[in-house]
Design a protein around this ligand. Structure first.
Ligand SMILES: Nc1ncnc2c1ncn2[C@@H]1O[C@H](COP(=O)(O)OP(=O)(O)OP(=O)(O)O)[C@@H](O)[C@H]1O
Ligand SMILES: [Mg+2]
Length: 590
């Protein structure tokens, strides 16, 4: 790093430092403060003064201390070696740091984000000298993990003519692999390059969304689907299951790369992630899930400013893999803690507070984050996507607070967690009444082609029953169940079955934790057979009591545990048994 003094410390206010005698600095420049060289970033720049946000504990920094410039914005290193690594909010590799500094992160510690010694086997594309090199172009590949073939990209702002490219072989991230003639002279290319975290990486265009991100969670995939490239918020009060849902998606969803940002959650919860994630095994490949996962951990005891940066760091890493043509899922747990970091920093800068002390730019920042999701055509002509799944923890579970409300404006899918469901141990506690997905129309053709043409009608029929049930339950509350005719009580009956047999899903059960889309469809159809045929039977005079006693119902309640994903015939047999039982019941009345 090219070091020069750009100013002096004037005042220290926690993570915010005012600088004086500033010259030759740029907005958002990465700086180092004091002789311990704390990492910071210029977030406000005036004629001779600046405000710096410091990503480390500023104890001991005093007025008059030097501030060193770097000539570059706060950036991340992008190249092979990201997968499987655990970073803090400004991409410092936590395991490496702990090795050097013994549990506590020593201040001013300098540790490269990507391993400098590790050699990667680079396979170049067959490119000849004179070839026109443009931004984010694929020039070769490296097998990063067993399942990730990492494409080596040119930096997005590159433009020039290829002079030479190195032959297949082993290279570190700092050894040149190609030489390019550009307008500003010859430039070497490496397996890695840098990109500033606060700017989104350029793409050719956004592509309309059409493919669902399959999570294997029935309430999500069937009732409130998210599209690849989509955005979703999971608001929920304390302990309602936000983290469990994020973990389930990180484990089972069909994205190629997972970026998990643990943002300001309690230390012990992140410790769980750090210890549990590496042990998780991918059901499809039998290999560690860390082979497709990058973790960013900023617990509540780490500096707030690094927490503020962590979501940008995470989404920039995601964009890098998207540009290689991967589908990436980003989890942020929780964006409320991120917003609190923003509030604290804004307070220290003595900015005018808006709602509940949050800065007036809170909505803009939330929007900017979610806007980085999308299904894109990349500069190299590939397609890739980023889906963002953000947990929100409204204080007291009150969804009317600013972070939940603003987030709701910018996401197109909303999985509201319900305290009563969580108390009743109905998990995932996603409320079927408060939640919605605006991706339904987009993903319907996929479901119809891939799974079954009746999907959208089936789903609509179930949703209608769930809506009707709310009104019926109100009546029951007032006058008791006996006041309702059997045909209406049967609706309540079917909804109860649907909740127990379909919506509830046990994250700890080996079979139930993940349902393929055909399994979800078969399960829904069995419950609808019971509804459609049962309703008909009631109209022909069969009593509800008799319908309830059908023996096969017990097996329907257990089907999620008993019948595995690859035994679709098992569901057909169950459906046949149900039909026979209903035929028999009806035959008595005909
Ligand atoms: N799908 C599930 N299957 C079984 N148990 C679950 C499920 N989801 C949540 N739980 C139970 O609920 C508990 C709380 O879940 P979780 O930690 O995800 O909540 P949270 O909303 O993230 O809480 P916090 O507000 O503290 O971050 C879990 O420890 C687990 O016992
Ligand atoms: Mg949590």
């Amino acid at each position: 790093m090219n070091e020069r003094i750009i100013g002096l410390v004037k005042r220290v206010n926690g993570p915010v430092i005012e600088a004086m005698d500033v010259s030759d600095a740029m907005m958002l420049e990465l700086v180092r403060v004091g002789e311990v060289r704390l990492v910071g970033e210029i977030i406000k720049l005036e004629v001779e003064s600046a405000v710096i946000q410091v990503y480390e504990d500023t104890t001991g920094i005093a007025p008059g201390d030097n501030i060193y410039g770097s000539d570059m914005p706060l950036s991340v290193e992008l190249g092979p070696g990201l997968i499987g690594t655990i970073y803090d909010g400004i991409q410092r590799p936590l395991e490496e740091i702990f090795k050097i500094s013994d549990q506590y992160i020593e201040r001013g510690i300098q540790c490269p984000s990507l391993d400098r010694d590790k050699k990667w086997h680079f396979i170049p594309l067959d490119l000849e000298a004179g070839f026109t090199v443009t931004g984010s172009m694929i020039i070769g590949s490296v097998q990063e993990t067993e399942r990730v073939e990492h494409k080596i990209l040119t930096p997005p702002d590159m433009n020039g003519t290829l002079i030479s490219i190195m032959p297949e072989g082993d290279y570190t991230v700092e050894e040149p692999i190609a030489l390019v003639e550009t307008q500003s002279g010859e430039k070497q290319l490496f397996l890695m390059h840098r990109w500033p975290i606060r700017s989104s990486r350029p793409v050719t265009e956004r592509i309309p969304l059409s493919i669902p991100l399959i999570t294997g969670q029935r309430v999500i995939d069937t009732l409130f689907p998210i599209a690849k490239g989509g955005t979703v918020a999971i608001p929920g009060g304390f302990g309602t299951g936000k983290t469990m849902i994020q973990h389930a998606i990180a484990k089972w969803c069909d994205a190629a790369i997972i970026v998990y940002i643990g943002c300001g959650e309690r230390g012990n919860e992140m410790t769980d992630v750090l210890t549990e994630f590496p042990k998780l095994v991918d059901p499809f490949t039998g290999r560690s899930l860390m082979e497709r996962t990058i973790l960013i951990a900023n617990t509540s005891n780490m500096p707030v400013s690094a927490r503020e940066a962590s979501i940008y760091t995470g989404v920039t890493l995601a964009e890098y893999y998207r540009d290689q043509g991967f589908h990436v899922a980003v989890m942020a747990d929780s964006t409320s803690r991120w917003a609190e970091a923003l509030r604290e920093l804004s307070g220290r800068m003595e900015e005018m507070p808006a709602e509940e002390g949050f800065p007036a730019y809170l909505p803009t920042r939330i929007a900017e984050f979610y806007e980085r999701a999308g299904f894109m055509k990349t500069l190299s002509g590939q397609t890739g996507s980023i889906s963002i799944i953000g947990a929100v923890s409204p204080p007291g579970g009150d969804f009317s607070e600013p972070v939940t409300q603003h987030t709701k404006r910018f996401v197109r899918c909303f999985w509201g967690l319900d305290r009563q469901l969580a108390n009743a141990r109905h998990y995932p506690a996603i409320s079927w009444l408060d939640s919605y997905s605006e991706y339904l129309d987009e993903v319907t053709p996929w479901w119809e082609e891939q799974v079954g043409t009746s999907w959208v009608q089936n789903r609509a029929e179930i949703m209608e029953l769930l809506q009707k049930e709310v009104r019926l339950l109100q009546v029951v509350k007032l006058v008791g169940p006996d006041a309702l005719p059997d045909s209406q009580r049967f609706i309540i009956e079917v909804c109860t079955l649907f909740k127990n047999a379909f919506l509830q899903q046990n994250a700890f059960d080996d079979i139930d934790r993940y349902s393929t889309t055909p399994k979800q469809m078969k399960m829904m159809e069995i419950i609808l057979t019971y509804w459609r045929r049962g309703y008909q039977a009631i109209r022909r005079g069969v009593t509800l009591v008799k319908l309830r006693r059908i023996k096969v119902l017990q097996d329907i309640v257990k089907m999620k545990f008993a019948i595995s994903n690859d035994d679709l015939e098992g569901f057909d047999k169950l459906n046949d048994r149900l039909e026979r039982a209903l035929n028999q019941l009806e035959s008595i009345y005909v």
